[in-house]
Design a protein around this ligand. Sequence first.
Ligand code: GAR
Length: 198
Amino acid sequence: MTRTPIAVLISGTGSNLAALLRASAEPSCPFVVVGVIADRDASGLEHARSAGIPTEVIRLADHADRAAWDRALAASVTRLEPQLVVLAGFMKLVGPPLLDAFGGRIVNTHPALLPSFPGAHGVRDALAHGVKVSGATVIEVDAGVDTGRILAQVPVEVRAEDTEHDLHERIKAAEQPLLVEVVRGLTAGRQDGPAATL
Ligand code: GAR
């Protein structure tokens, strides 16, 4: 079976990447991770390295400016020839070059129930607001900050004693199968077709 190639972008520990890799190890999985790109020396890259998957680090500091970094990121993703790009804890906004090349084929997972608490501190912001339920959201990426079309959500109860770390760990546990499910759904049956549109 030919499987749909996906590229995964990370910045952190890569638990969502690991969940995608575990899923893709099953013979019936419709997708295969063809490369992992990080914007820093993310510890999560180790999941890809130990699975023999190509990795690359594209640091903002190594580029003349943000626009040059955006072009380098888009060029590297394009070289992997993915049908779908998955932002799995990628902590930078993607710029016009990547959106132009893969518009409608980029998904992001976020640790809150969007449209509430977008941005880099979704878990902290939800706790600070005193919500009793938070969760995770998988969206189609557009040019805004977590404003894209919602593809799937899962609720997670907030406990009175929760620290940001505790709540984030429980959200990650719920978010990983959600992300895998969305990626499965978007890649199933698309192996031989034209570029996937969400
Ligand atoms: C995930 O919870 C993801 O939703 C979040 O970063 C975490 C990465 O965890 N992303 C954002 O906050 C994006 N705004 P991981 O590195 O263990 O997969």
